[in-house]
Design a protein around this ligand. Structure first.
Ligand code: HEM
Ligand SMILES: *[C@@H]1O[C@H](CO)[C@@H](O)[C@H](O)[C@H]1NC(C)=O
Ligand SMILES: *[C@@H]1O[C@H](CO)[C@@H](O)[C@H](O)[C@H]1NC(C)=O
Ligand SMILES: *[C@@H]1O[C@H](CO)[C@@H](O)[C@H](O)[C@H]1NC(C)=O
Ligand SMILES: *[C@@H]1O[C@H](CO)[C@@H](O)[C@H](O)[C@H]1NC(C)=O
Length: 323
């Protein structure tokens, strides 16, 4: 024993420790399904494209689905599990008001179960679909890393950990930092609001009786605020009424950032990105340079897709049910 140099003993031990650690939380890979399900990306893209043709709300809903999924328990498709008699699931929690279109993921999963049974996780389907809706709306394309597992837990109460539309910059930064995402990732991913729609309830507090001195949030462009008031005639409970999040809500572009600089951010959280020196320079850079925004968005989406949960996962047979 004394004749064996120490490094020959320690190396195998360290190697064993490293490999067992990485097995418990394996790195995601771009080529994860190349051998087991090579048609995966085409099946998902076809499904998402067809669904979006029939319902133009699908792209925004899928992009938001990915964000909510990754922010709660990591990107593990916990957002897809249905409530049961004894458990109220994430999708039935308070901010669920516009996360919809789960059927698109179900359709893709059904086709994948025929093509390559019990191989592809629902979490990977959401991640790929989110990339596809961005690309098909005119945004950037990137390689999605794969190999996520589907979680077994989904709780409505967890959704209180999502950032709220009245958050200030410090609260937004903190919320993203908890998931390992930096200030720039936060401003970049907020650019997801270049797509989609919001119900009045998420911004109506800015429009009437805002504070003791201001009837309307003074950061809002006045004409824009009066337009929002028309969209939301009542101080509360405007039903399905609302507003598109930027002036080109079905096109993925940098218009969102230009709108923020013009005082036309729909949410207080969006508008606050302009008021704080930690974030304003990023808003200005993206408003000037769409290709910079696209490049950074792709890279921050990969980081968002790397947010990991407990690691106790499986490949579900049906996205709404654990096995
Ligand atoms: C920064 C913190 C964020 C806050 C506070 C926030 C808040 C909200 C709220 C309140 C809505 C409207 C819900 C409704 O009333 O129907 C919404 C919609 C949306 N959000 Fe966010 N969000 C944030 C970040 C993100 C991120 C990171 C993404 C994706 C990368 C995203 C994508 C979307 C999309 C696409 C919609 C439109 C959904 C639709 O049209 O159905 N959001 N967000
Ligand atoms: C296309 O989408 C529509 C509406 O969701 C659906 O009824 C139809 O079956 C889909 N077609 C294919 C080939 O997936
Ligand atoms: C959440 O969604 C469910 C099903 O769509 C709905 O019945 C419920 O009222 C929603 N909850 C809230 C707080 O919006
Ligand atoms: C942001 O909001 C939190 C919680 O309401 C508050 O404590 C903090 O002072 C605010 N920060 C800024 C910079 O306004
Ligand atoms: C505005 O707020 C004050 C104080 O909270 C309240 O007394 C008043 O009724 C409100 N006005 C309207 C028009 O809602």
């Amino acid at each position: 024993m004394a004749l064996v140099p120490a490094k020959f003993i320690f190396f195998p031990i360290i190697f064993f420790l490293l490999t067992s650690l990485s097995l418990s939380k394996a790195e995601l890979q771009p080529n994860y399904y190349d051998q087991t399900c090579p048609q995966l990306e085409k099946i998902i893209a076809d499904t998402v494209l067809n669904a979006s043709k029939h319902d133009p709300k699908v792209p925004a809903r899928i992009l938001r689905m990915f964000f909510h999924d990754c922010f709660i328990r990591g990107c593990d498709a916990s957002i897809l599990l249905d409530s049961t008699a004894t458990n109220k699931a994430e999708k039935d929690g308070p901010p669920n008001i516009s996360v919809r279109s789960f059927y698109v993921i179900d359709d893709a999963k059904a086709k994948l179960e025929k093509a390559c049974p019990h191989i592809v996780s629902c979490a990977d389907i959401i991640a790929i679909a989110a990339r596809d809706v961005v690309a098909m709306s005119g945004g950037p394309y990137w390689k999605v890393l794969k190999g996520r597992k589907d979680g077994k837990v989904s709780k409505a109460s967890d959704t209180s950990a999502l950032p709220a539309p009245f958050f200030n910059v410090s609260q937004l930064i903190q919320s993203f930092a908890k998931r390992g995402l930096g200030v720039k990732d936060m401003v970049t991913l907020s650019g997801g609001h270049t797509l989609g729609f919001s119900h009045c309830s998420s911004f109506v507090a800015r429009l009437r009786n805002f504070s003791s001195v201001h009837d309307i949030d003074p950061r809002l462009d006045t004409e824009f605020a009066l337009g929002l008031r028309k969209q939301c005639p009542k101080p509360s409970n405007n039903g399905d009424a609302g507003q598109f999040l930027d002036s080109t809500a079905s096109v993925f572009d940098n218009d969102y950032y230009r709108q923020l600089l013009a005082g036309k951010g729909v949410f207080s959280s969006d508008q606050s990105l302009v008021d704080d020196s930690r974030t304003r320079w990023i808003v200005e850079a993206y408003a000037r340079d769409q290709s910079l925004f696209f490049k950074e968005f792709a890279s921050s989406m990969v980081k968002l897709g790397n947010v990991r949960g407990s690691g106790d996962g499986e490949v579900r047979l049906h996205c709404r049910l654990k096995n």
